[in-house]
Design a binder for this molecule. Structure first.
Ligand SMILES: Cc1cc2nc3c(=O)[nH]c(=O)nc-3n(C[C@H](O)[C@H](O)[C@H](O)COP(=O)(O)OP(=O)(O)OC[C@H]3O[C@@H](n4cnc5c(N)ncnc54)[C@H](O)[C@@H]3O)c2cc1C
Length: 565
């Protein structure tokens, strides 16, 4: 009787790359003569595989509360491209990729059983560690169904949790404390792991497992079924996949040195170079955050840069990219610490309700007035009409509409834009922030549950933010600051292209004559504003109001809901 051949499974769950892949590294180390089986498993709870008739009856997956489609075309396309590229990377190294469909906790035990009939022994599954609530449920179910035979590795974090001395505070609640803690460390980020150019044999017998042979064909069918148009205005025109990610890293750091300008350009609204555009690659695990960190070190060394700029100063682009990448880790730690609170209306802060109440009580003893806790008293609204107009870039507020149209047509929006549209929905309209977060989840190329829900909570004032009141963005001021000439607005709202700068952020101030002159009838060519706020008035350009607001805003005050803030 021949002995079984050992197989180590490397499960590429949300880490779709070969470089610095911890699961692959450990699978390779586990048993030197074992075969390595790289597997991707498309989970119908996360990915829409409803068109594949040979893979069972799988409904379109929906978001947590509002049941929006979980993954729209942009992200699916990027995801499939990333898997196709991963297969190529593995084939180049003499291996291959098995693409399976179904719930991992059901598929893997069947695979194990199948392998045993082919004289293979599935020794271990190696997989990246998850932090978010739903993903952890899958992780637990998988561990259970594989009888504890799954090993998890912290692969998506930049700073490994074991390297952080949390000094008794496992979950930092304030970003600055977290960042400062890390900045004190000598070597906060581990070096990327070396993966050999040649990988061990791929166990060919597995192609006969269930529909494994059809895996790639099915993926191509899913890819062909995506109907999203390329938009030449997109700030993010890249393909998914490790190769594309590495090209972008190389270009942004070593070729164009755009990283040097990051601090000054990151809020730019038009074009590909103003910020790193690493987010979608990071979200799909096509790019290792640790590699980014170390490549930036290499860049510094290669140029033997004289640090005439103070590290952390305004000119130190590398410092600021790292600063932002630490936000990404921070939200992972928060989500890990607070579990399903990430999806809850009262957010992470609700956990602190009792602590806040204690604080309030203390202050009362001192005879100080009891501070109002705006998080717990807040009444969140629901308004389908306003929400739909927001999604479609038809609110009648140009800066919001331009941002929302970019998101709708490309699946991407820069950080400044995201902050503004989130603040408009949650703080101006006071609509339940979760529907906005779920819409982002549906649309974003780079959706990452930690960063998305974490940032939404932050903007909505229910997250871990000591400066809650300051996140209320004044859309008119922000528009003037970040799109002073209205170029971005005109790019996405071409119906406003003839407007002079002083009307571009507040077209409702145009008189009937202005509207004729600038070829834009409000209510016909461009929507009437669905809401106006008194706080905006002081930021209207003087040339638009002529010193007094006597035009559209005034005339239509009864028609348009005006809210006092
Ligand atoms: C309401 C809202 C929702 C968001 N949803 C997501 C999301 O689903 N996925 C996502 O990756 N980012 C999200 N962000 C953060 C940020 O907007 C994007 O990471 C950034 O715009 C991506 O562009 P970039 O890669 O060019 O970023 P850069 O400015 O070049 O930053 C470099 C990297 O740092 C990280 N980063 C930057 N800003 C943040 C931040 N505020 N929070 C966490 N990480 C950050 C990202 O990984 C980014 O790729 C959200 C922000 C807001 C305000």
């Amino acid at each position: 009787m021949t002995a079984s051949k050992s197989v180590q499974v490397c499960f590429f769950r949300n880490v779709l790359r070969v470089h610095d892949n911890q699961s692959l590294f450990h699978a390779l180390k586990a048993k030197p003569d074992a075969d390595i089986l790289p597997v991707v498993c498309l989970d119908p709870r996360m990915t829409d595989i409803s068109i594949l008739k040979n893979q069972g009856d799988n409904p379109v997956p929906k978001t947590w509360f509002f049941k929006l489609d979980r993954t729209k075309g942009f992200r699916s396309k990027f995801y499939y491209e990333s898997i196709m590229d991963l297969k190529q990377q593995l084939v180049k190294r003499g291996s291959d990729l098995m693409i399976l469909y179904g719930r991992p906790e059901e598929v893997f035990p069947r695979l194990e059983k199948y392998l045993s009939t082919k004289k293979y022994q599935l020794e271990n599954v190696h997989a990246p560690k998850e932090y978010a609530y739903e993903e952890l449920l899958v992780e637990k179910a998988l561990s259970k169904s594989m009888k504890g035979n799954v090993k998890y590795y912290h692969d998506s974090m930049m700073v490994h949790p074991d390297d952080l001395d949390f000094a008794g505070e496992r979950t930092y609640k304030v970003y600055t404390h977290f960042r400062k803690r890390i900045e004190k460390m000598d070597h906060p980020v581990r070096a990327p792991l070396d993966i050999p150019e040649k990988l061990p044999a791929f166990p060919e017998a597995v192609w006969d497992f269930e529909h494994a042979k059809d895996g790639f064909k099915d993926l191509e069918a899913l890819y062909k079924d995506i109907h999203v148009k390329k938009d030449s205005r997109s700030a993010f025109p890249w393909k998914g996949g490790e190769q594309s990610a590495l090209d972008r890293l190389n270009s942004y750091v070593f070729k164009t040195h755009a990283v040097d300008e990051y601090k000054h350009t990151r809020n730019g609204m038009i074009g590909t170079e103003y910020s790193t555009k690493f987010s979608a690659f990071l979200a799909h695990g096509c790019l290792s955050p640790r590699l980014i960190w170390h490549q930036m070190d290499k860049f510094n060394q290669q140029r033997k840069r004289k640090r005439s700029v103070k590290a952390g100063g305004d000119d130190d682009g590398i410092y600021w990219v790292r600063f932002e990448l630490l936000w990404r880790d921070f939200f992972r730690y928060l989500v890990e610490g607070y579990g399903s609170r990430v999806f809850m209306l009262h957010g992470f802060r609700n956990m602190e309700k009792s602590e806040l109440a204690k604080e309030d009580d203390k202050k009362q003893v001192d005879n100080k007035p009891k501070p109002k806790n705006s998080y717990t008293d807040k009444v969140w609204k629901s308004n389908d009409d306003q929400f739909n107009k927001w999604c479609n870039g038809q609110t009648g507020t140009p800066f919001v509409d331009a941002c929302m149209r970019e998101l709708l047509y490309t699946g991407f929006l820069n950080n400044r834009g995201r902050q503004n549209v989130a603040s408009y929905l949650a703080k101006d309209l006071e609509i339940d922030w979760r529907i906005g977060a779920e819409y982002f989840e549906s649309m974003l190329l780079d959706h990452d549950v930690h960063s998305n829900y974490g940032n939404w909570q932050y903007v909505a004032g229910v997250g871990c933010d000591p400066r809650e009141g300051f996140r209320h963005f004044n859309i008119i001021k922000q528009g003037k600051d970040y799109d002073p000439d209205g170029d971005y607005i005109k790019l996405w709202c071409p119906e406003l292209e003839h407007l002079p700068t002083h009307f571009i952020h507040c077209p409702w101030l145009m008189t009937k004559e202005d509207q004729t002159k600038y070829k834009c009838q409000i209510g016909r060519d461009y929507p009437e504003p669905m809401a106006l706020f008194d706080t905006w008035i002081k930021h209207y350009p003087a040339a638009a109001t002529n010193g007094a607001i006597t035009n559209y805003f005034q005339d239509n005050k009864k028609k348009v809901k005006t809210e006092k803030k």
